[in-house]
Design a protein around this ligand. Structure first.
Ligand code: 13P
Length: 252
């Protein structure tokens, strides 16, 4: 069975003190209120990885980073490698978020390298794909998303691919309050799964968790997560409020 996952992407938010408070609240509420087998992950800014990992201890809430370098080490000022994340026991890393593609010029070739580095360091990449508004309006969104997946992931073996989590995040739905309808999400998730099946076979494609991201809130999560090919969510703004985030986790 595919893993059900709700991951919070805090992006560049919170001071350490605020981050500790949010973590304590999420941890407490998840322990008290959430039953079942959904995996909860907090993807936090680099400086907070170690303190928050220590704070989480053996809680069921896991921690992740939001990016890693395509290099192992060397003269790359400001960068953080997958090996460094491994050395501090970080299990997850978001790769290819649309904000990284847009503001930091990350392209498919670079992302393929980052995916390789993350996997080599035994991290689980949460690989993001998704189309901007003009592509959706032009009706070429399926083509673009298939291409994003193909170019960054199709060099992997079936075994390696099965270690990846995919997040479909339509750019027009990120931080806009305008979420994809459950029908739009299901359609694209099914397209992604079919595309994975065309290369790796249906058996492999069926094991890959595909998360939806883009203005997920407690009040729309239930309908989105009920779609057969939606295996959870990657949550931005709503993950910054403990009650809202845990309510999303609970809908899994
Ligand atoms: P919002 O939930 O704020 O729309 O952000 C989604 C996102 O970018 C998660 O990675």
């Amino acid at each position: 069975m595919r893993k059900k996952i709700v991951a919070g992407n805090w992006k560049m938010n919170k001071t350490l003190e605020e981050a500790r408070t949010l973590t304590a609240e999420v941890m407490g509420m998840v322990a008290d209120e959430v039953k079942g087998n959904a995996i909860t992950i907090l993807c936090v800014p680099f400086p907070y990885l170690v303190p928050l990992k220590n704070q989480l201890g053996n809680s069921s809430v896991k921690i992740g980073a939001q990016n890693c370098s395509e290099h192992d080490s060397g003269a790359y000022t400001g960068e953080v490698s997958a090996l460094m994340l491994k050395s501090i026991d970080i299990p997850y890393v978001i790769l290819g978020h649309s904000e990284r593609r847009l503001y930091f010029g990350e392209d498919a070739k670079l992302l393929a390298k980052k995916v390789d580095k993350a996997l080599a360091a035994s991290l689980t990449p949460i690989f993001c794909c998704g189309e901007p508004l003009e592509i959706r309006e032009a009706g070429t969104h399926e083509k673009l998303v298939k291409q994003q997946i193909e170019e960054a992931l199709f060099h992997l073996s079936a075994e390696a691919l099965q270690k990846i989590v995919i997040a479909y995040e339509p750019v027009w739905a990120i931080g806009t309050g305008k979420t994809a309808t459950s029908q739009q999400a299901q359609e694209m998730h099914a397209v992604i799964r079919k595309h994975l099946a065309s290369k790796y076979g249906a058996g492999v494609a069926e094991t890959i968790s595909i998360l939806y991201g883009g203005s997920v809130k407690a009040d729309n999560a239930k309908e989105l997560f009920a779609c057969p090919d939606v295996d959870g969510g990657l949550v931005g703004g709503a993950s910054l409020k403990s009650r809202e985030f845990v309510d999303i986790v609970k809908t899994m």
